[in-house]
Design a protein around this ligand. Structure first.
Ligand SMILES: [Zn+2]
Length: 341
């Protein structure tokens, strides 16, 4: 049999098509972006967000709003915008919602959101979340919440910056990234619940939530090394998500992954205690990254000078690498398990 000849005009057509469609090798460039997560930026932001000026960022307080304004100003400097379809960086969370289950006389508050629009799969949304409220002031003492959850807050700011940078380099994510700074976590996960009940993008198109809550310290069980993170919930709904969380770590040689609190029978029940739960309960594959509790947890001594920024950096790189893979892989995560409980 002779080789089939391709007519010249067809060949020209083929060549011109293949050269106009740029294909990005996301695997190859991933490390370049992971390694741009910057310790000095994390430190600069957290020093401000966990300062006394923010008065412990109680839900709806002026201190929390001030922290929010700082974050938004920084996003503007980074050229990171609010989501398409929103009128600004805020999702208003009304007092009536915050006080409906238990009346704590909370004032109106806000979730803060930013968005890096995807390319060919832009209607699919990857959420990266962390709460920016804390517990405020008691008896004249300020609870700065540097670890809880100032650490997750600044991690999100760096993750947004790098996705935006990638986009400006022409390497933007295929799926859209919604960075969600939720309010009112400490008083009952209300900000994330409000988003899940009033989503800007359909939950059916929301492919995953990567939630970060307290990644700045080490706990009693890891006295000798801060090079670890607890991974919680990754395998509850999606084998794909579990594999991604494993591979993202191995690929970049980052951390020891600790699954201690992934045990559904663990008495701490951490899985139910942060914002990813409001996504997971809606069937959205979710992973919670956490470095454990310590003596300053919910104390006025949860201060920035106790934060281990080398660990925050590595854990932020890890969260970024997970989000990068979810956003850029060919196939959407498959939900192959039912049990978010
Ligand atoms: Zn927290």
């Amino acid at each position: 049999m002779i080789k089939k000849l391709i007519p010249l005009f067809a060949l020209t057509f083929f060549i011109s098509c293949s050269t106009t469609k740029k294909t990005i090798d996301y695997d190859r460039i991933e490390a370049k972006y992971v390694n741009q997560i910057n310790t000095e930026n994390l430190k600069k932001h957290l020093t401000i967000i966990a300062s006394d000026e923010m008065e412990g960022r109680n839900t709806g307080s002026e201190g929390q709003k001030k922290a929010g304004r700082y974050m938004i100003d920084e996003y503007k400097k980074m050229n990171v915008s609010f989501p398409k379809g929103a009128k600004d960086y805020y999702q208003a969370v009304p007092a009536s919602f915050l006080n409906a289950k238990r009346n704590l006389n909370l004032p109106d508050s806000e979730n803060i959101w930013v968005f890096i629009e995807g390319s060919d799969k832009k209607d699919e949304i990857v959420v990266v979340s962390a709460h920016y409220d804390h517990v405020g002031m008691k008896n004249g003492e300020i609870y700065n919440g540097a670890d809880d959850d100032g650490s997750g807050t600044v991690a999100l700011m760096e993750i947004a910056r790098i996705f935006q940078k990638a986009k400006e380099d022409g390497n933007g994510p295929r799926r859209s990234i919604l960075i969600l700074h939720v309010t009112a976590e400490e008083v009952g996960l209300h900000g994330s619940r409000y988003y899940s009940e009033n989503p800007l993008f359909p939950l059916a198109n929301t492919v995953a939530d990567v939630n970060i809550d307290m990644i700045g310290r080490r706990d009693e069980l890891h006295k000798d090394s801060n090079n670890y993170v607890y991974v919680i919930g990754s395998d509850y709904l999606s084998t794909d998500l579990y594999n991604i969380c494993e591979n993202a770590n191995t690929k970049h040689g980052l951390l020891t992954l600790d699954y201690k609190y992934n045990d559904k029978n663990d008495k701490n029940r951490f899985y139910y205690r942060s914002d990813h739960y409001n996504f997971a309960k809606n069937g959205i594959p979710s992973v919670f990254l956490f470095s454990g509790v310590h003596e300053d947890y919910h104390q006025p001594t949860d201060d920035v000078d106790k934060i281990e920024f080398d660990a925050v950096t590595t854990r932020t790189k890890y969260a970024f690498a997970i989000a990068w893979e979810i956003a850029n892989r060919e196939n959407r995560l498959i939900v192959d398990k039912k049990d978010a409980q």
